[in-house]
Design a protein around this ligand. Structure first.
Ligand code: IPE
Ligand code: IPE
Ligand code: MG
Length: 249
């Protein structure tokens, strides 16, 4: 599929459209965006971080209940040290601002992934934000950082195994619900829609368990820093046209 906003046709009247409860976004294409402009990749990440705030705000303003953004994968550590370093600086800087603003704007931030590996100051920022979010109402914004779908499942399985070892859980009680309740998204609905700008047709280890019945929209002609609220609207219209069957008829 090669969606473009121009070819979208009529959009749905907003009041008739079925909105997804949970939207996942793989924020891909920062590097290519910078390359197109002859800029260092770190400036692409900066532009991507600015856009992240804009799109999260927009999602909240139209009534999405959950949004999950993929910011840094467990595999992204493979990148050159300089790029990873620039990303960590950005996370700190932008988290600080975004967190302050989001708290004012009724956006509840939650982190997905193993955040224990980050520097003490970044970890502290993460903890403060999650703590503050507890008193907050509004859209849940999951930020997936040092997140990988496989490692999330391993982490959940390890917790279940520990309970079995301690005798508080019987193997026969391990079911889908039990496993889900140990994922970083415990208690949240699965994503209904996953959007990936920049045209890669792969999951890149994003929400492997939760995406079992998610609708995917790959947008080929748009890189994350250029992704606008109109692109999100286009994707929401396209989602509303999909016929979800969940294995039924
Ligand atoms: C996504 O943009 C941001 C991160 C993975 C941190 P990329 O950096 O992957 O951008 P491309 O894919 O190289 O264009
Ligand atoms: C996925 O993008 C991770 C994030 C957007 C954070 P990548 O750029 O890392 O994915 P691959 O390497 O192209 O599959
Ligand atoms: Mg990429």
């Amino acid at each position: 599929m090669k969606p473009s906003i121009e070819s979208a046709g009529d959009s749905f009247p907003r009041e008739e459209r079925v909105l997804p409860r949970h939207v996942g976004i793989i924020m891909d294409g920062n590097g290519r965006w910078a390359k197109q402009r002859g800029l260092p990749r770190s400036l692409g990440h900066r532009a991507g971080a600015i856009n992240f705030k804009k799109i999260a705000r927009y999602g909240s303003s139209i009534g999405l209940e959950y949004m999950t953004v993929y910011a840094f994968s467990t595999e992204n550590w493979k990148r050159p040290e300089e790029e990873v370093g620039a990303l960590m600086v950005l996370f700190k800087q932008y988290l600080k601002d975004a967190l302050r603003d989001f708290l004012k704007e009724r956006i509840k931030i939650h982190f997905l992934g193993d955040t224990s590996v980050f520097s003490p100051d970044l970890r502290e920022l993460i903890q403060e934000t999650e703590e503050a979010a507890k008193q907050q109402e509004g859209m849940i914004l999951n930020i997936a950082m040092n997140y990988g779908g496989r490692s999330e499942i391993v982490h959940a399985v390890r917790q279940l195994a520990r309970q079995v070892q301690e005798g508080s859980l019987s193997p026969r009680d391990i079911d889908e619900e039990a496993l889900s309740s140990h994922l970083y998204t415990a208690g949240q609905p699965d994503p209904d829609l996953i959007i990936r700008p920049s045209g890669e047709y792969r999951t890149s280890n994003f929400m492997l368990w939760q995406a079992a019945y998610a609708e995917y929209i790959i947008m080929e002609d748009i890189l994350w820093p250029d992704f606008t609220p109109e692109h999100l609207e286009w994707a929401l219209d396209e989602y509303a046209r999909r016929n979800r069957r969940f294995g039924g008829i």
